[in-house]
Design a protein around this ligand. Structure first.
Ligand code: NAP
Ligand code: ZN
Length: 411
């Protein structure tokens, strides 16, 4: 998902939401872990007589994976853990294709090296097939969704505030390419697969009012724009800019418009002007046009930048009012060139970042979308077209999110 550095040798974290004492290598961790394994988790742990070690039970499912940064994705069989007491298993019906999938598959983030095989996908929706005995919020047959995270410490200040993506213990478990705390595989495997098993806390209720394929990308693209727009209070009497009309950006335009802000799209693609207006932009500015950028000087309260490549931030800073904020959500493979400090100090402007959204806010966003009939503009593809879809995404040739019809995995 994001270029967040992971803690090396992160401690295993279990499905019980018991706080993890984060003192790596200490006796305390051993005692805690032993206590958990010997009680609550005993029913989901098998015993491997050959290695004499506890092994979680698992079953294999079909998936699509990259085996190397330069290779095309292809079919693979991956293990999924058995359903634990608090787990929900669901059949994946649709999975959105995020630019983060492509960054990860191609090992573009130095801070977050890719472990192969890599099964991407964190805009996952489907139908519940099995639940653990302690699950209260779901039953078989329900619609369900999972976004970019599948676990976190549950005990720190951020987790208790419902901001699990910022877990202070560094224990956010991302949906793919994160060390698998259950040990089912070396890393977590994402939604380009048949089924997934997730702790119920990290499973979202998908509103039946929304078409499921068009709702899938809300779980990353949607919440990644909804959250900063809410946090920085986009609304009436505010002028809000969205930079880049891709998967994230098109949801930024829709949300900013729905919140009542005067919404301006900055784009490098003149061909997207009409679409941007249809999606809710009041104005469109070609960001490569210096004169057009200068005309926007000192006028914005907030600009959210979704661009997936390094670029000059100064023209966007100059477009902010005094006290305005430029919020970066795009996560390019290399840093942006450093902006001018004077662009900050001479108008008390700030540059900030924002990562997806916590679970309560993600559910709030889904319910808001259901009430306003907001969803993503998508192109449905079979999984066999995923490599072509990546190339098209790089060229900006998608309106505005690819979504994989996972039924194609069976063909
Ligand atoms: P996307 O669909 O490929 O859209 C990116 C858009 O950026 C393009 O459509 C294009 O819009 C603009 N762009 C301008 N110059 C570009 C260039 N040289 N290369 C690529 N794009 C360029 O990507 P996305 O799925 O929206 O993701 C955008 C970024 O956000 C990625 O880096 C992704 O990893 C990151 N991300 C962050 C979070 C988070 O929590 N912060 C969550 C998800 C994704 P125009 O044609 O309009 O200029
Ligand atoms: Zn994403």
């Amino acid at each position: 998902m994001l270029g967040v550095p992971r803690l090396p040798n992160k401690m295993p974290y279990c499905a019980s939401k018991r706080p993890l004492p984060y003192r790596r290598g200490s006796v305390q961790i051993g005692a805690w872990l032993f206590g958990v394994l010997s009680s609550e988790l005993s029913d989901i742990i098998g015993f491997d007589n050959q290695t004499n070690r506890s092994q979680p039970m698992s079953a294999n499912v079909r998936a699509y994976a990259a085996h190397h940064a330069k290779d095309a994705l292809s079919g693979i069989s991956i293990p999924r853990r058995d359903v634990g007491p608090y787990d929900v298993e669901f059949e994946i019906l649709f999975c959105g294709v995020c630019h983060s999938d492509l960054h990860t598959v191609r090992n573009e983030w130095d801070l977050w090296p890719t472990v192969y095989p890599c099964v991407p996908g964190h805009e996952i929706v489907g139908r519940v097939t099995r639940i653990g005995p302690s699950v209260t919020r779901f039953k078989p047959g329900d619609l369900a969704g999972t976004g970019c995270m599948v676990d976190s410490c549950g005990a720190c200040v951020s987790c208790r505030a419902g901001l699990e993506q910022y877990c202070d213990a560094g224990a956010t478990v991302f949906t793919y390419n994160a060390p698998d705390p259950h040990g089912t595989a070396p890393v977590t495997y994402g939604g380009y697969s048949e089924r997934i098993v997730v702790h119920e806390k990290f499973v979202l209720r998908m509103p039946p009012q929304l078409a499921l394929p068009a709702a899938a990308p809300l779980l990353c693209a949607g919440i990644t724009l909804y959250s900063p727009l809410r946090h920085w209070k986009a609304g009436p009497d505010k002028k809000v800019g969205i930079v880049g009309l891709g998967g994230l950006g098109h949801m930024g335009v829709k949300f900013s418009h729905a919140f009542g802000a005067h919404t301006v799209l900055f784009t490098t693609s003149a061909s997207k002007i009409e679409d941007a207006k249809r999606l809710g932009a009041d104005e469109v500015v070609i960001s490569r046009d210096e004169a057009a950028m200068l005309r926007q000087a000192r006028s914005f309260d907030l600009i959210v930048n979704t661009v997936a490549a390094p670029h000059n931030l100064d023209p966007f800073l100059a477009a902010l009012k005094r006290d305005g904020a430029l919020v970066l959500v795009g996560a390019p493979d290399h840093p942006h060139p450093s902006p001018s400090v004077f662009n900050l100090v001479l108008a008390r402007r700030s540059i900030a970042g924002s990562g997806i959204g916590g679970l309560p806010e993600t559910q709030e966003m889904l319910d808001y979308c259901a009430s306003r009939q907001i969803a993503c503009d998508i192109e449905l593809i079979p999984i066999q077209k995923i490599n072509e879809a990546y190339e098209r995404m790089l060229k900006g040739d998608v309106k505005y999110r690819f979504v994989i019809d996972m039924a194609s995995l069976k063909s």
